[in-house]
Design a protein around this ligand. Structure first.
Ligand code: RBV
Length: 427
């Protein structure tokens, strides 16, 4: 049994928190044409009637619009955070007010509270799980296997979660179907690239009040997120250095015009370091030892393991908060290394962080919504394991967005379809 209480029982002034939370949600909704369309459909058709949905996500205004949409579709929903620092308590309180939603998300929970809140969500006995990072799937499989029989399926939001799920699947340990929402074009070509790129840079700039122009910005990893961070940093007149372990990605970054070098070399010249690898120990003791005075260290990957803070604390002779959201580690020789947002994903965990821009989350959560609908309507079609999202669902979201933006596009003639389907046409 989860013992963690809903947010409404934790705040002193719940009424004003709710009001502010609703105001933030109104703003988000106003810029989410896809979610607005889906919500209208869900209100009319109630496709999720009778379902119980357990969610662990970044509980802020855009996510709240997703949670609300699922509840309006007829489901009972319990939600908690997927990172101890990304929750907006006012939004969490606004959600908790909805008759079909219980929100346990609270900013600043300790480790114990974080996992207890997941337990409280699991008390709902979810038929559908929606995760960002796979913590809910893990808790159900490890601690509540008896619930798996009644789980229809799940949806996973992020690269790290999909990576963990695939590892679990390969071990034969994943016992219900989960959609890899992250891997759809409508999600990762926008959210991971533009969302992570824009919001990470904006958050670092606002947290430090420092400029990008002329800085050496080291981007750890050139996946979808790294590409976005590198592109946006270059657009702000920074010199971009990329580190990679995958030869084709290293070559791609090189051909894009970035400097590519090992982290050991980049460490000596970088002014700002942003990790996006999804792996641990990307920046460690050997790198801290050669860094310049005053560098900024930030992580844009899902977990706080990319910058090794234990190594840094071991090297430090003094520590202090240099600013809100900036922790300074002073080295024996006087150099100061500044870690932003405790090395947690910077665009959501810094004190002023707002997460990705609304428009990209509209797309990601549009895909989430239709994936939940698909699991409910056709769950029996999917075996236990990780599943690609059906292309038709992803296209449905693109069409809603194009329609909302008033963009028209072509369709193939019958002759063109025939041509494309045939191997017999040559010169
Ligand atoms: N993300 N959510 C937000 N709600 O503001 N911003 C980013 C938000 C998601 C994004 O989809 C990414 O895959 C994941 O957070 C990483 O945890």
């Amino acid at each position: 049994m989860g013992t963690y209480p809903p947010i409404s029982e934790q705040l002193d002034d719940v009424e004003s928190a709710r009001a502010e939370g609703h105001r933030k949600m109104d703003w988000a909704r106003q810029h989410m044409p896809i979610m607005t369309t889906i919500q209208e459909e869900f209100v009319a058709d109630k496709p999720l009637e009778g379902q119980r949905i357990g969610m662990a996500m970044h509980v802020e205004a855009k996510t709240a619009v997703l949670v609300e949409t699922l509840a309006e579709g007829g489901a009972e929903v319990a939600v908690t955070g997927c990172n101890p620092l990304s929750t907006h308590d006012d939004v969490s309180a606004a959600l908790d007010e909805h008759p079909n939603i219980t929100s346990y998300a609270k900013r600043g929970v300790d480790d114990e509270g974080y996992y207890e809140a997941i337990e409280s969500v699991i008390d709902l006995e979810p038929t559908i799980t929606v995760d960002d990072g796979m913590d809910m799937v893990a808790a159900i499989h490890e601690d509540h296997p008896e619930l798996i029989e009644t789980v229809v399926g799940g949806c996973e939001e992020t690269t790290t979660g999909v990576h963990r799920l695939r590892a679990m699947d390969e071990d034969g340990a994943l016992d219900y179907p989960v959609f890899a929402v992250n891997d759809t074009p409508m999600k990762r070509l926008f959210d991971n690239v533009h969302g992570t790129g824009e919001s990470s840079l904006a958050t670092i700039a606002m947290t430090t009040n420092l400029s990008w122009a002329g800085k050496n910005v080291v981007v750890g990893g050139y996946g979808y997120c790294g590409k976005g961070v590198a592109k946006k940093a270059a657009g702000q007149n920074a010199n971009v250095i990329v580190t990679e372990v995958e030869p084709r990605r290293a070559l791609e970054a090189h051909m894009e015009g970035y400097d590519v070098m090992p982290m050991a070399e980049a460490a000596e010249v970088g002014d700002v370091f942003i990790t996006t690898t999804g792996n641990r120990d990307v920046i460690t003791k050997e790198h801290f030892e050669v860094m310049k005075d005053g560098v900024l260290l930030a992580n844009a990957g899902h977990f706080d393991v990319e910058v090794n803070l234990n190594d840094l604390a071991d090297l430090a002779v003094a520590e202090r908060d240099a600013r809100d959201g900036v922790h300074e580690y002073e080295m024996e020789d006087g150099r100061r290394l500044n870690v932003i947002a405790e090395g947690r994903l910077v665009n959501l965990a810094a004190p002023i962080a707002l997460g990705h821009p609304v428009e990209v989350m509209d797309q990601s959560f549009g895909v989430q919504s239709v994936c939940v609908r698909e699991m409910v309507e056709n769950g029996e079609k999917y075996d236990a394991g990780v599943h690609e999202v059906p292309d038709e669902l992803d296209k449905e979201i693109a069409e809603i967005k194009l329609d909302a933006d008033g963009v028209e596009f072509d369709s193939l003639s019958d002759d063109q379809k025939e041509y494309m389907g045939s191997w017999q046409h040559g010169t």
